[in-house]
Design a protein around this ligand. Structure first.
Ligand code: SAH
Length: 222
């Protein structure tokens, strides 16, 4: 699966995607990732990517031409869905991440300023996705969240597929409290059952603990 990102800050991505599970997957070629500088798709001397909003109001709006030309040129190497990161978009959840992981790739456009000229969405038949009902300053961090959530579902990215199955949103019983050594720390002991070696009892305890956590989470409550 290939991720192409269009942004005015391509440098934001390299420190993040050189680390950890996703970093290793990119290095090993299990997934492809590239951040593309939107300004390279401008034609004027000032490499302008924004302009004043029609109808007035504060701030600037991202011009349609550089974004559309950037995506069109990336489409030659990426047949995936075009996504615009926008706070009013479809809310990203585990189900949407799993759906997007079925794609050949994603071309993700990061907004800045007051947002992206709406003709970009129309022209590119783009899907608008939000990472939550709050506003951050640009689409770069939201794009990183989306890519990470989708990429870890691509086969071969997470080394042990068992750890995907026990992700909090992936299985009915996942999300139990975890402990490691030492068995006692500052007077806090690891629950006895986990040291018992009794796998049936451990399983039952984990189910019950996970159910308790789910009960207090609005999205996991069933
Ligand atoms: N004025 C706009 C906010 C623009 S924020 C408004 O009131 O909605 C600038 C850019 O940040 C957006 O174009 C989008 O790309 C990104 N962004 C901000 N919050 C986001 C969120 N919750 N999810 C996805 N992208 C977001």
């Amino acid at each position: 699966m290939k991720f192409d990102v269009v942004t005015i800050f391509p440098g934001m991505f390299s420190p993040v995607f050189q680390q950890g599970v996703i970093g290793r997957a990119i290095e090993r070629g299990v997934i492809g990732f590239q951040a593309h500088d939107l300004r390279l798709y401008t034609h004027d001397r000032h490499r302008q990517v924004d302009d004043m909003p029609f109808g007035g109001g504060p701030g600037m709006v991202m011009k349609p031409e550089p974004v559309i030309e950037a995506v069109e040129s990336l489409r030659a190497g990426n047949a995936g869905q075009v996504v615009l990161m926008e706070p009013w978009g479809e809310l990203l959840d585990q189900k949407l991440a799993a759906e997007l992981a079925q794609q050949w790739g994603l071309i993700i456009v990061c907004g800045r300023y007051e947002g992206i000229d709406d003709r970009v969405r129309t022209a590119l038949q783009a899907r608008e996705i939000s990472i939550g009902d709050y506003v951050v300053s640009g689409g770069e961090i939201p794009a990183m969240v989306l890519i990470d959530a989708v990429a870890r579902l691509v086969p071969g990215v997470v080394g042990d597929p068992g750890s995907l199955a026990q992700d909090a949103f992936s299985s009915e019983f996942a999300g139990w409290p975890q402990f490691t050594r030492p068995a006692e720390y500052r007077g806090m002991a690891v629950p006895d059952v986990l040291l018992s070696g009794d796998h049936a009892r451990i399983k039952q305890w984990r189910r019950q603990q996970a159910a308790q956590r789910r009960g207090s989470h609005p999205k996991l409550r069933s």
